[in-house]
Design a protein around this ligand. Structure first.
Ligand code: FDA
Length: 386
């Protein structure tokens, strides 16, 4: 092994570091990943039967207002003009989300003006005025009033957390956005879209350089293979993007995560929902939302099967060791535990911890690319210069 830099994890954090290292120093980079593909959680593949691009680890929509990140990603892919919009089924009707004037007027069978809707919500939210919300239920009611909270938030949140919101801490939500106009564009960022040739092609282009070598199906903690922690740490700069508690063999305890199970359903029709994401706000549907991947790429209709479609239903639950860790639970206890791991990580010789697993943070793709560009400049480049 004659690499100048070893990267554990071929997700967007690791790939950005690899690309930057080669571009700026000509370093030889070895990337390993325990999975059989690059791309980490942003990986996708084309489903043969329907032509849908399936995001294997959950729906991924690219959006950013960060000029540095937008310029960077455009070096490797063009983006479609996809604009993300979400709908919710509640009590036999379909509503637009996030809650906006369209949702409110449909729900109350009304034609409120923005000012009238604001007044109504303030009145309904006043139900618990003067009290400190004791739990997520009370917090939700105090933010948007009981009717809208119970219709669109309560049961969805219960399914996400597998816990009654009356038992969840109020601090899980700070605000529930309500738009007093008919804008149901989901993201507010300057730029959004989906990679024209798919996520995996985008990420393959980032590391298309003979100085970058990728080994798949290799676990950094497996000492029977050469690219392992014991053999490498302290000897060569390492960027580690796996779970930080796993790196230290969970010696201080496990950081808690939520995960999502996906159930695939295929339909004998070209389009089942008429949109890419349908939330289910009621408790009688056991999943939180369903993703119809074909509808992320309407510009590919000529390459999609007009008679069949594929949908993934999402079931949320707490993760156990061995599950895919998706969303950090992030209780005060978890934060305190992570702070201890972070201290140990800082003391590791020539190892840079990064990405969502290495720093126990939920990052959108644009955040992870931004932090990787900064980590390259501030932490990795100095190690390569030695
Ligand atoms: P990532 O998890 O992608 O990569 C880490 C890699 O390390 C993995 O490939 C893993 O196999 C590897 N690894 C771990 N341990 C290892 C070991 N011991 N040995 C070798 N390899 C190891 N963002 C966004 O902008 N828009 C969106 O719509 C979404 N949607 C979304 C849905 C869901 C369900 C999730 C969970 C996340 C999103 N995201 C998102 C966030 C997005 O997935 C995230 O920003 C990036 O994938 C993070 O990239 P990383 O490189 O940090 O981690």
């Amino acid at each position: 092994m004659d690499a100048d830099l070893v990267i554990v994890g071929a997700g967007l954090f690791g790939l950005t570091i690899a690309q930057q290292a080669v571009e700026h120093t000509g370093a030889k980079v070895e990337i390993i990943d325990v999975r059989q593909h690059i791309g980490g959680n942003a990986y996708s593949y084309v489903d043969e039967e329907t032509g849908a691009e399936i995001h294997q680890y959950g729906a991924h929509l690219f959006h950013t207002s960060n000029r540095r990140v937008w310029d960077y990603v455009n070096r490797f892919t063009e983006f479609t003009d996809y604009v993300h919009r979400v709908y919710a089924t509640h009590d036999g009707e379909v509503y637009p989300l996030p809650i906006n004037l369209g949702t409110i007027n449909q729900f109350f069978h009304a034609h409120y003006t923005p000012a009238e809707a604001a007044k109504l919500i303030a009145e309904q939210a006043g139900e618990l005025a003067g009290t400190d919300p004791a739990n997520l239920n009370d917090k939700g009611i105090s933010l948007i009033g009981r009717p809208l909270y119970e219709a669109f938030i309560k049961n969805y949140t219960a399914k996400q957390w597998q816990t009654d919101p009356a038992e969840l801490p109020a601090g899980i939500i700070n605000r529930l956005p309500v738009r007093l106009n008919y804008d149901n564009r989901y993201f507010k960022d300057t730029w959004e879209g989906l990679p024209k040739d798919g996520y995996t092609t985008w990420m393959e282009r980032m590391i298309d350089d003979p100085r970058i070598h990728v080994t798949l199906g290799v676990d950094f903690f497996d000492e029977s293979q050469p690219l392992n922690k014991k053999a490498l740490v302290g000897k060569v700069p390492v960027v580690y993007t796996g779970p930080v508690d796993r790196y230290f063999d969970y010696e201080l305890g496990d950081l808690k995560w939520r995960t999502v199970d996906f159930k695939e359903v295929r339909y004998d029709e070209g389009d089942h929902f008429g949109c890419p994401v349908m939330n289910f706000s009621d408790s009688d549907v056991p999943y939180t939302r369903a993703i119809e991947f074909k509808n992320f790429n309407p510009e590919r209709r000529d390459r999609q099967n007009p008679d069949r479609t594929v949908v993934w239903e999402e079931y949320s639950r707490f993760a156990q060791r061995g599950d895919e860790p998706y969303y950090p639970v992030n209780t005060a206890e978890d934060k305190a535990l992570y702070a201890k791991y972070e201290e140990k990580a800082a003391a590791e010789p020539k190892v840079v911890f990064g990405g969502r697993l290495g720093t126990y943070k939920y990052y959108d793709m644009h955040n992870v690319i931004d932090t990787a560009l900064t980590a390259y400049e501030e932490q990795v480049a100095p190690l390569l210069a030695r």
